[in-house]
Design a protein around this ligand. Sequence first.
Ligand code: NAD
Length: 457
Amino acid sequence: MSSTVALQNMRAFYNNGGTRSYTFRKQQLKKLKQALLQHEEEIYEALYADLKKSREEAYLTELGLILAEIRTILKNLRQWMKPKPVTTNLFNFASSSSIYRDSLGVVLVISPWNFPLQLALMAAAGAMAGGNCVVIKPSELAPATAAILQKIITASFPPEYVCVAQGDGAEVVTEMMESFRFDHIFFTGSVGVGRAVYELAAPKLIPVTLELGGKTPAIVEADANIDIAAKRIAVGKYTNSGQICIAPDYILVHTSVKEKLLKALIKAIKSFYGDDPGISYDYGKIINKKRFDKLLNYLQQGNIVAGGRYTAASLFLEPTIMDGISLESELMKEEIFGPVLPVIPFETMEEALAVIAINPNPLALYLFTTDKKKEHAWISTVPFGGGCINNTLVHFSNPSLPFGGVGNSGIGHYHGKYSFELFTRPKAVLKSPTWFDPSLKYPSFKEKLRIIKMILR
Ligand code: NAD
């Protein structure tokens, strides 16, 4: 079947209204959960094949997060779907006002390869909770996971409700969008492709959510607990071999604690991955040769303090720490997206802010300090998507927190209730009684200005 016909079928299915009842949404999300549990082993195998993720990491960073998201939705959906009464102003006296949440229609979810299951299904679950039909376009660079995703979706849902469109991103998405108007596009990926998707959507005025990347700083103040900072930065940086949109991209450390932090980082890496991370159960691989070569090139752009070993055949690159880096280097101008960690010393907050300003609006920011005033100063000064104090990554895992970027790192937020709000739109309704019908509201308005001014205050 051509993609045009398949999408027209989706549109017809949506227009029939079947996706919008609470019961339908609940049943479908339960079905998704069941299917994920049924295919748990195959999911682990696929994530190992694509990224060498251990079962535990696969659960912690992919499957477990999706299941938790579905749990949150199922627990709250009925409440979220209820029209919310709001106050009504004096001008509309005797009327009542409510906000309904309307489904959007047929939604396209485009996802990347680094968390190939989680990033596709967290968004898709939100779209289903919103009562929409969903097309999922997974990354072709994680083919084993794309295949199991397609198997799960095909086995669970009719294609006119949720389907998977596989293939080259530019080709597949452009083809679908030439003949069809999606009601929303949810894109997770790189800034460049995000821009291309935004441009594709613009002529048809399709609303777009962009979850992009960027250079996330980890700031270590002189008063930080250095051992804790090192452990939490190392786990944030080297999980999935640094291929995480919110991984600490580089460290800004107060000069006075730089040496202490470097020692603690080396110790943390060794305790996590042993003497040879190449044979570690817990350490992953780089997604492909192109990315691997890009990362090797970064190793030439400063001093290697620790790590730096690699094996091209298995796409293994050791957890690496670097210093002596020019702010003009590619390493400090591009999103690293791998296990290479530049360490930049600073003396004053102004100096550190100037480094962040080279790549403004990071997706995340991590601050390590024990000083409340510094917390306030950093959080209120730097625009960033979201982040942690004395931790890394974990803000992503709390469904009560909105997740998204700002400026270059994205447009829009999701997770939990924020996903429901993203994949529905507020529909304002004011209901007026018929028993109250003041003549003031009708022409002629002559001589009524004084009273109109009073009630419109
Ligand atoms: P990418 O932008 O290359 O690809 C993302 C998706 O877009 C893939 O499914 C791909 O097939 C598709 N695509 C490619 N070209 C397209 C086009 N012209 N039109 C439409 N779709 C197209 O990203 P990637 O390499 O898969 O992922 C890495 C990037 O994603 C990093 O920059 C990372 O920071 C970012 N990312 C962001 C988040 C977040 O939540 N903000 C999460 C993970 C990754």
